[in-house]
Design a protein around this ligand. Structure first.
Ligand code: DHK
Length: 145
């Protein structure tokens, strides 16, 4: 079985120390461990990547066309700017779940629009890092034979 690809975009490497009142105190390592632990009972594996570079995220999405069952993605600020990430996701055949730790709709208006939501099968925002667990659960449901 192919793994779930969990992608985190810019600044999410700073989770735990970056604006903890917005993003919480859990680290990126905690998030990745949560995804692995959530997938395990479903017999699913997880591969995680984080990058501050848009092209790297796009390249991982391209690779995923051959290697991943589904994509869970928090594109960080690229959510609000990147047609290129939307185009890459549109070329991916499997389920895509978009995650935001914060509730982007309760924040500045420039965060209210997501290019990725036009492709996502589900969008989770404002659930804190638990949103990643919800996303993995959703992928498990969507891919259950
Ligand atoms: C993370 C970011 O880095 C922001 O740029 C987004 C998102 C929101 C989050 O809530 O996880 O606007």
């Amino acid at each position: 079985m192919k793994p779930i690809l969990v992608l985190n975009g810019p600044n999410l490497n700073l989770l735990g120390t970056r604006e903890p009142e917005v993003y919480g105190r859990e680290t990126l390592a905690d998030v990745e461990a949560l995804c692995v632990a959530t997938a395990k009972p479903h017999g699913l594996d997880v591969v995680c990547h984080q990058s501050n570079r848009e092209y790297e995220i796009i390249d991982w999405i391209h690779e995923a066309r051959e290697t991943a069952l589904a994509i869970v993605i928090n594109p960080g600020a690229f959510t609000h700017t990147s047609i290129a990430i939307l185009d890459a996701l549109n070329a991916f055949p499997g389920p895509v779940v978009e995650v935001h730790i914060s509730n982007i709709h309760r924040r500045e208006t420039f965060r209210h629009h997501s290019y990725v939501s036009g492709r996502a099968d589900a969008v989770i925002a404002g659930a804190g890092v638990q949103g990643y667990a919800f996303a993995v659960e959703r992928v498990a449901r969507l891919t259950k034979g």
